[in-house]
Design a protein around this ligand. Structure first.
Ligand SMILES: Cc1cc2nc3c(=O)[nH]c(=O)nc-3n(C[C@H](O)[C@H](O)[C@H](O)COP(=O)(O)OP(=O)(O)OC[C@H]3O[C@@H](n4cnc5c(N)ncnc54)[C@H](O)[C@@H]3O)c2cc1C
Length: 359
């Protein structure tokens, strides 16, 4: 069976790797000459017990550059939570991770490709025919624009990053979104902000975050970049499409509150792999995944945040219990967590005001 994959990001190369290992003849088109060109924080949560069973997730951890032991959460620059006890995640070398996944697979690089229908893909080298076509081109490959926000990021080299094992999340009353400081060793950090705001506002917040910390302010911005992140939740019409199949961010399979997309991209590819291998429905395979529920819950929380006034958002963030904030940040908050929110008196009042049903 010949499989054509458009897009050499985490979703495209994860499905390519799994199918190739099973003997499928896989051909990947990547628009850029190298992998991981799209801006990304390279943050990756520690795998849970389900993820430890899959080689693709282990490959991500193998490519890790830096380990995070805890995190700090701020609201309007006041520290809300501090934890430095457990390993929560990594900064992975996304380029290396994708290179590793692509080993032994034919990749046509520098080749923006187009699906022509009927199994035909046009790339730089001409038109090729495939039995299965998979669209893994990230947000630009969505056939209709899903809900997306902008995120901007600066990569900073500094003489010394303080508390380099502790990443930061910073919330602001006026922004539905958040800023992050992800150290990548003791001399480099990825500092970014994403949310429902225009580029100018996000860039102002970014400069503010950098100025807040002397170690970052003293450093040199070696790169400034920006891109959109899909926050819509899953597009179920695309999940039902068989020709072509859609995976990863092209399908809307990203975490709507945190914007995390690498691990979700891999999970959507696992669902597609199971569907192709076992002749099952892709939609059903996606619905079986825990992460599909977590994505739905994050979208619900985002809807709640969007309805609130800034002062109510502050109250909300201040009253989220620490363990729940952690589950949310790691993309592991389930229905039970959401029900807990509704039992907190301050939050119950807000939810009632906007007639928000929690389940
Ligand atoms: C600023 C920012 C920070 C982020 N930080 C994080 C983070 O820390 N952790 C995290 O998990 N997620 C993060 N994300 C989200 C994450 O980067 C994406 O959701 C994830 O990479 C999606 O994987 P994907 O394979 O679906 O798509 P992509 O990573 O977008 O890969 C798609 C690939 O397809 C290629 N392509 C597109 N169209 C074509 C075409 N026509 N022909 C050939 N090739 C094509 C692109 O060049 C690209 O290489 C961040 C996003 C942004 C914008």
């Amino acid at each position: 069976m010949k499989v054509g994959v458009i897009g050499g990001g985490p979703s495209g190369l994860a499905i390519a790797r799994m199918l190739s290992d099973k003997g499928y003849e896989v051909y990947v088109y990547e628009a850029h000459r190298s992998f991981a060109v799209k801006p990304c924080g390279w943050g990756y949560p520690t795998p849970d017990s389900d993820e430890k069973k899959y080689g693709v997730f282990s490959e991500a951890v193998k490519a890790s550059l830096w380990v995070f032991k805890g995190y700090n959460v701020y609201l309007n620059d006041d520290l809300l939570f501090h934890s430095d006890k457990q390993i929560l995640g990594y900064i992975i070398d996304k380029k290396q991770f994708l290179e590793n996944l692509s080993q032994g697979i034919e990749v046509e690089r520098g080749s923006p490709a187009r699906y022509l229908g009927g199994g035909l893909i046009r790339g730089r080298s001409g038109v090729k025919r495939f039995d299965i076509v998979i669209i893994a081109g990230g947000f630009p490959a969505q056939p209709r624009r899903l809900d997306r926000i902008l995120a901007v990021q600066a990569i900073i080299k500094s003489p010394r990053i303080e508390d380099a094992e502790i990443p930061e999340l910073r919330f602001y009353s006026d922004l539905v979104g958040y800023a992050w400081v992800f150290p990548e060793g003791e001399k480099t950090a990825r500092v970014g902000v994403g949310g429902y705001a225009d580029r100018e506002t996000l860039e102002k917040i970014l400069s503010m975050v950098i100025k807040k910390r002397q170690d970052l302010a003293k450093g040199e911005v070696i790169k400034k970049e920006g891109a959109e992140v899909t926050v819509s939740g899953i597009d179920w019409d695309l999940a039902r499409s068989r020709d072509p199949f859609y995976v990863g961010e092209a399908l809307g399979y990203t975490m709507p509150v945190t914007g995390e997309g690498i691990r979700p991209a891999i999970w959507s590819s696992i669902a597609l792999f199971n569907a192709i291998e076992n002749g099952n429905s892709y939609e059903e395979e996606l619905r079986k995944l825990k992460l599909t529920r977590f994505i739905g819950i994050q979208r619900k929380i985002l809807d709640i945040m969007l309805k609130m006034k800034p002062s109510e958002r502050d109250l909300f963030i201040k009253n989220v219990p620490e363990d729940l904030m952690l589950d949310l940040s790691l993309g592991r908050a389930g229905t039970f967590d959401l029900l807990r929110l509704a039992k907190i008196p301050e939050l119950a009042m807000i939810l009632a005001k906007y007639a928000i049903k929690i389940i």
